[in-house]
Design a protein around this ligand. Structure first.
Ligand SMILES: *Cc1c(COP(=O)(O)O)cnc(C)c1O
Length: 478
């Protein structure tokens, strides 16, 4: 008969009766540190869990006597408590190459916003309090002035995200009435935001005009009837219609709408506040362009190209914004003080565009010169190679980043990073998946991109100040 294997070492198996009473475990020397860190209820629960597991092992004849010692039980229970206390929301390294990554929280905020949020978290603020007359204020006042200045619109309001802005706009202005939208713009934005579905939930009836690739002025003209509430345009965001195409401009849509006494609205999605061409980025209509072209209402996100916190911004005609603010959904979709605290300083940065590319984190990342990523790749190559081990080859490589979040989907930004391939026999996929999981399992998980039998780590979003943290956790191999 072979001797049973005990993972706990060479001690003999113990019986359930060898397990100490809970009180004895709690009286052991190292118990106090756990009680101080986690509180009595959690420590007791963790000890009971551990002892139940040991009892089951003992009944099966495979509990090493050593693991039944009070200190050993406390050690295991302590480890379990520590694992269970890790925050679920954790910082990661976004090396996916997608700067505005929805699943990784989109825009990173500048320090000004971080400070303002910290202040608003720990001190009372005049969120809805008018400091001039001591009466009740309106939370939209925090950013309305800035939004008017930056977009040229008459009025503005803020809600939880752009999906909420669209829902609110449709319900406030088109409940039980018709909204005319081009078939080429009936888009789905990742994560189940579909224009037709939002329309239905808002109580509005969708009237589709044109075809997928071509919509003409006359299509809009003919669709307008007595039940029409508005003409609406939607930014195509995450896809591009190319080839034999025709769409009607905002200016033209507005002209048609206004001729029939209707508003023209635009869901701009990303909503840039300033022309990005000056930083070598692709051209996008700004919110101001859209307002100037005649749109009566424009909705856009706070955490896409704008570079602020999650929010939905509505700007446009004062009478329409007033109507929207009276809608009960506005109360349900309103933003909290943290959002406004973060949004105000971000918008304020746009008043001095010459500093924007340095101070607005999103723009700084999007405009980061390729040579910086290349230098980082050269600095980090050996470290990553050492961590990955000899079964992999790590090379500095040119690659393309993308903006993300549906902004300018067809445009790519030249970048640089590390390309990791598996050497030797066997399908590379399995090995790369294992390496990818290893990186994901680090204290601050590293998220890369698997593609073309390689794992790509785009270094655009690893700024120099974060490199030390990145390298330190790779010091031990994966
Ligand atoms: C991103 C996007 C939305 C949704 O915005 P969220 O802020 O994510 O709610 C709606 N419409 C368009 C055109 C978009 O690009």
């Amino acid at each position: 008969m072979t001797a049973p294997f005990f993972p706990g070492g060479d001690s003999a198996p113990a019986a359930p009766a060898d397990l100490p009473a809970l009180d004895r475990v709690l009286a052991a020397a190292s118990a106090q540190a756990l009680l101080d860190a986690f509180g009595r209820a959690r420590v007791v629960a963790a000890l009971r869990d551990r002892m139940a597991a040991l009892r089951a092992d003992a009944l099966a004849g495979r509990m090493p006597a050593a693991s039944a010692q009070p200190e050993a039980i406390l050690r295991e229970a302590g480890e379990a408590l520590k694992r269970d206390s890790q925050p679920r929301l954790r910082p990661v390294f976004n090396l996916t190459g997608t700067v505005l990554h929805t699943n990784l929280g989109r825009a990173l905020l500048p320090d000004e916003a971080v400070q303002a949020v910290a202040r608003a978290l720990t001190a009372p603020v005049n969120l809805e309090f008018d400091l001039q007359d001591g009466g009740r204020g309106d939370r939209d006042d925090v950013v309305e002035g800035l939004l008017r200045e930056l977009t040229g619109a008459e009025a503005a309001t803020v809600v939880n995200n752009n999906a909420a802005a669209v829902l609110l706009m449709l319900n406030a202005l088109a409940d039980k009435r018709e909204v005319v939208v081009s078939r080429g713009e009936l888009v789905e934005i990742g994560g189940a935001f579909r224009i037709p579905d939002i329309m239905k939930r808002a109580g509005a009836r969708l009237v589709e005009v044109g075809t997928t690739n071509r919509t003409h002025e006359a299509d809009y003209e003919q669709a307008i009837g007595p039940r029409t509430a508005m003409l609406m345009k939607v930014h195509c965001s995450n896809y591009a219609v190319t080839g034999f195409t025709k769409s009607v401009s905002v200016a033209e849509t507005a002209r048609i709408a206004h001729g029939r006494g209707l508003p023209a609205t635009v869901d701009l999605g990303s909503g840039t506040l300033i022309d990005l061409v000056q930083w070598g980025l692709p051209r996008e209509d700004t919110v101001r362009d859209t307002v100037l072209a005649g749109a009566d209402l424009v909705t856009f996100s706070g955490d896409k190209l704008l570079g602020g916190p999650q929010a939905g911004l509505l700007v446009g005609r004062a009478d329409l914004i007033r109507k929207i603010k009276k809608n009960p959904l506005k109360r349900a979709l309103r933003v909290g003080k943290l959002t406004l605290a973060a949004l105000e300083p971000v918008l304020a940065l746009y008043r001095s565009p010459e500093f924007l590319a340095e101070r607005l984190t999103t723009l700084r990342l999007l405009t980061r010169p390729q040579r910086l990523m290349q230098a980082a790749a050269e600095r980090l190559r050996d470290i990553v190679q050492h961590a990955a081990g000899p079964a992999y080859r790590v090379q500095a490589a040119a690659m393309f980043s993308q903006i993300g979040s549906g902004a300018l989907p067809v445009d790519q930004l030249p970048s640089c990073g590390l390309c990791i391939r598996h050497l030797g026999p066997g399908r590379p996929g399995r090995h790369l998946v294992r390496l990818e999981a290893g990186l994901r399992g680090l204290p601050r998980p590293v998220i890369g991109r698997l593609d073309d039998d390689a794992l790509w780590l785009d270094l655009r979003c690893l700024e120099e100040r974060d490199e030390a943290e990145f390298s330190a956790q790779l010091a031990h191999s994966l």
